[in-house]
Design a protein around this ligand. Structure first.
Ligand SMILES: [Zn+2]
Length: 688
């Protein structure tokens, strides 16, 4: 969805950052500004300041700063569009979106309204469950028996759903209200309306909150040994198990302070861990960990430790989590797996061995790279060729799911060594024909899911719109953990800072066995011996890159077009990043000196010039089609130039938006550019 910048301006003008931040941080007036404890780093005395006049927040401790939208993104973990929608709803504005029909807009508004109603209903039930907990000695005794203090119970909003089939009838004015069924609180029997009853009966209740803190469902646990032990709310318009993490709302500040998130298997684990000194724990909701879970978590931290019970079920759950984590395992992130002894869950482990022992286990957790290799090798006898081949076939989908980067390349080397192939052969085997294709037929970077099915639809898509997002992000601070030397930070744990380098897997290596030398039967023969090592799936070229290539092609073949360009066009061309910008500059100089020249002449002048390679590249190869009606080519060039101009305007506007809070002239300039942009959008065939 594309949101016009003018709307963002209006939205920011109508919202008060003090009020938005104040919902999450306790603020006190101090002089012209408001001060509070920074939600982004742990501190005892306030260094977090919010300025009502500048509509900006700034932390003098950790340097985080931004406007209301940035705060919602950074603190509440919302995506850009989500944050804009959230703010818009509060000030009663409708987010305009050119891509959406009025009907769709109406439907979306109705869905949002419905969601708000459902969370209200759930909130009310949660209040009732909390009241009931105070009345129930049994439920209180249960929590006390698990070591849960009143403070932690309050923080997680724990409650109790009493015995009896229709306890909620005393909470809501109409027990047959369809919302009770829709929210999952009440079950309607197949026989009909009079067979209604409460879903949760005689259970301790764990409200499940979204990142905004709204109640979206419940988990309920029996007090004794009845079955089922755990019961969750069903999927509803507000609750999606595959997307939500229990405890994330409560843990988000601790996750930032500790520098990592601990993912466990159940809500009792989360509450117990919070009680025992690990408030940065979250849990999946009776489902396997999905890529969406991992994605959500990684909005809050770059380091995730999955904790699993040491039994077979825990191992299987870990394997699922590995699958979920792989697409997100970029080089700057740390993803690890912690396996407790078979008889333990985190709660029982800490009780028996203490907090320090658990922290040590966290520090010694297995890096994703090693767990990947271990998982692929499971059940494979690496002493035999068959076993090694089996391992390689297990490893392939795992390795393929990784995003391109140093980690992926290193793993290729390691897996090759284990299979006794060289990395080039293994890569070729896994990526046939992918090594020497011309750059213009890019193999898409491996993704776990096709973009169309992307669950992150609420975020700006990659590419152009993603750069809109950049403008709003307060600068990323990778030194956040280490910088302050914060005690208890991730790096303080032994082995915590080692990323993927921790230890080699204990597999036998027979060394030196090169497949080609050993059994060169030609079956896996190479198509191209000079393939660069190690060949990688190519990243798609950016559209801007192709655009500049194409413009260069048109101008090199029809140099006379240069005369028809405007001043803005010239500036935009020469401002293109190298090598394109320098090539255009050079071409203009040639034009002023010699007038229009044929490509053959230009080709000669370019010898040993820094732009030679680019010019020759765009003028040769399959796409070097420069024939056609002059009028048509002219239009093509105009279209390319308009896109470049629009892109330049967008870049400048992004900076202006950031300056707008401090500098009123920035807004003026913004408006001028916006008018220009609108004009450009109307010119030429189908501009961006
Ligand atoms: Zn701070």
């Amino acid at each position: 969805m594309s949101i016009p910048q003018s709307f963002i301006q209006e939205l920011l003008a109508r919202t008060d950052v003090v009020e938005i931040v104040g919902r999450y941080v306790q603020l006190k007036k101090g002089g012209a500004n408001f001060m509070g404890l920074c939600p982004f780093h742990g501190e005892k005395s306030p260094s977090f300041s919010v300025s009502p006049s500048k509509q900006f927040y700034h932390c003098f401790g950790c340097g985080k700063n931004g406007n209301a939208i940035g705060f919602l993104m950074d603190h509440a973990g919302m995506g850009f569009v989500e944050a804009v929608q959230d703010l818009a709803q509060q000030v009663g504005l409708q987010v305009p979106d050119d891509d959406v029909s009025p009907q769709e807009r109406e439907r979306a508004a109705a869905a949002r309204q419905k969601q708000a109603t459902l969370t209200d209903v759930l909130e009310k039930a949660g209040d009732a469950y909390r009241r009931q907990l105070r009345e129930s000695q049994r439920a209180i005794a249960y929590f006390k028996g698990r070591g849960v203090s009143g403070a932690v119970a309050k923080r997680y909003g724990l409650g109790y759903a009493p015995e009896g089939w229709r306890s909620l009838a005393s909470v809501f004015p109409r027990y047959d209200d369809p919302l009770l069924e829709e929210s999952g609180l009440v079950i309607v029997g197949e026989e009909g309306q009079d067979k209604r009853y409460d879903r949760f009966r005689d259970r301790v209740m764990f409200p499940i909150r979204n990142v905004k803190g709204e109640c979206i469902g419940f988990g309920g646990r029996v007090l004794g040994d009845d079955k089922p032990k755990y019961l969750n709310s069903p999927e509803t318009p507000v609750f999606h198990k595959g997307r939500e993490l229990y405890g994330l709302f409560e843990a988000r500040t601790a996750i930032r302070e500790q520098g990592y998130a601990l993912v466990t298997e159940g809500y009792m684990d989360v509450v117990a861990l919070a009680q025992l000194g690990f408030p940065n724990a979250v849990a999946t909701l009776g489902t396997a960990c999905t890529p969406e879970h991992v994605h959500k978590l990684l909005r809050f931290t770059d380091a995730v430790v999955f904790s699993f019970d040491g039994d077979g079920a825990g191992r299987r759950a870990a394997r699922k989590a590995l699958d979920g984590a792989l697409p997100h395992a970029t080089d700057t992130r740390s993803i690890k797996f912690l396996f407790l002894p078979a008889e333990h869950d985190p709660d029982s482990f800490i009780r028996e061995h203490g907090t320090d022992a658990f922290a040590r286990h966290v520090g010694e957790a297995v890096p994703l790279s090693r767990f990947l290799v271990e998982s692929a090798s499971e059940g494979c006898d690496l002493a035999t060729a068959e076993g090694r081949a089996h391992m390689a076939s297990n490893a392939r989908p795992l390795w393929t799911a990784l995003p391109d980067g140093v980690l992926k390349r290193q793993l290729l080397g390691e897996l090759a060594e284990l299979t006794q192939l060289n990395a080039r052969d293994l890569s070729e085997l896994w990526n046939p024909g992918g090594s020497r294709e011309p750059a213009r037929a890019p193999a898409p970077a491996p993704r776990a899911q096709p973009p169309a099915a992307s669950p992150y639809a609420d975020e700006p898509p990659w590419g152009e719109a993603a750069s809109d997002l950049d403008g709003w992000h307060p600068p990323h601070e990778p030194d956040y953990v280490g910088g302050g030397g914060s005690p208890g930070g991730y790096e303080d744990y032994p082995g915590g800072g080692h990323g993927g380098g921790g230890g080699k897997p204990p597999f036998r290596k027979n060394g030196g066995g090169d497949w080609k030398k050993g059994g060169g039967n030609g079956k896996w023969s190479k198509r191209d011996k000079d393939a660069p090592w190690p060949p990688q799936p190519r990243l798609p070229r950016t559209p801007a890159m192709g655009r500049a290539d194409h413009a260069a092609r048109l101008l090199l073949s029809h140099m006379g077009f240069l005369e028809e360009l405007t001043h803005d066009d010239h500036t935009a061309l020469c401002a293109q990043p190298a090598p394109h910008g320098p090539l255009f500059t050079w071409l203009e100089a040639q034009f002023h000196e010699h007038g229009p020249l044929a490509w053959a002449v230009l080709r000669e002048s370019l010898r040993d010039h820094e732009c030679e390679e680019l010019a020759v590249k765009v003028m040769t190869g399959a796409h070097a089609q420069t024939e056609g009606e002059l009028a048509e080519l002219r239009l093509e060039l105009r279209d390319l130039l308009n896109r470049m101009l629009i892109e330049g305007i967008k870049e400048e506007q992004k900076l202006l938006v950031l300056q707008a809070a401090k500098d009123p002239t920035a807004l003026e300039r913004y408006r001028v550019l916006e008018q220009k942009r609108v004009v450009l959008l109307g010119v030429g065939p189908k501009a961006a």
